[in-house]
Design a protein around this ligand. Sequence first.
Ligand SMILES: Nc1ncnc2c1ncn2[C@@H]1O[C@H](COP(=O)(O)OP(=O)(O)OP(=O)(O)O)[C@@H](O)[C@H]1O
Ligand SMILES: [Mg+2]
Length: 276
Amino acid sequence: MSVGKEMPRVIAMSSGKGGVGKTFFSVHLAAYAASKGKRVLLMDADLGLANVDVMLGVSAKGSVLDMVHGQKTLQQLIVSSGEGFDVLPGGSGLYELTALDAGQQQIMMDEMRSVSDNYDLVLIDVAAGIGDNVLYFVSAAESALVVLTPEPTSLTDAYALIKVLSRQRGVKRFMVVVNQAEAFDAQVTFRRLVSVADRYLDVHLDYVGHLPYAPEVRKTIQSQTLLKDEDSPQTKQALDVVLEGILSRPRDIHRHGGLQFFWEHSLNESLSAQAE
Ligand SMILES: Nc1ncnc2c1ncn2[C@@H]1O[C@H](COP(=O)(O)OP(=O)(O)OP(=O)(O)O)[C@@H](O)[C@H]1O
Ligand SMILES: [Mg+2]
């Protein structure tokens, strides 16, 4: 068989506590990766306020439900962010995916695979906390990434999320990004998380970097634009480290059950490659 075509990395961007900067991080990482030539799809799986649609000023062209009923293709629901990457907006029914029957899930997976050749990286911006939909999307992704800030409550909630995902969904590896922190404080926060996780959980945490607080952001929110490189060189530098950390990391090819977007296929491909 022909192997060689890498399937996209599919990463769920999660957080224990709300408002820690998942969406901010996701859209800026998507734009930065795009500026480096990566083909990126950002899926907004959070129905809360002030999410991807709002940050980028995009809106949905239909619902994922139209897709599972055969009236639209996934390709028809994907919109351009205007920042070099594609978006599947949150109003497009992604939330309802948690209630799909087996046949509809199959259609969803087939549709995801039909666009997979178009992307190197798929980021899923999920809701905060440990709701069913969060557990669903994180288990459906290849990799889990947890965003937290140095605030104590953010740390406790990140720990709670990791605990539930590992115990209930068998997710054992997590990438960790500390937002709104300088490098040293971010490392301290990460080490605190590791020390408690190591003591009570059977998980592996990979630090992939931090993002500093960027005061320049106030200018961009109202205009629904992103920070430009020249607005915040520190943010750009930090995104560079994070992107490198994500892309250089070994693929997560373990199985943790449930619906998988893309990566079940990639697992099958790598298993057949090994068998040849
Ligand atoms: N590194 C940062 N520098 C400056 N502002 C930031 C940074 N990270 C986040 N913010 C701001 O903090 C606010 C909350 O961020 P954001 O909406 O991304 O959080 P979230 O985790 O997605 O929240 P929710 O859980 O509600 O989805 C936003 O106004 C965002 O622009
Ligand atoms: Mg958000």
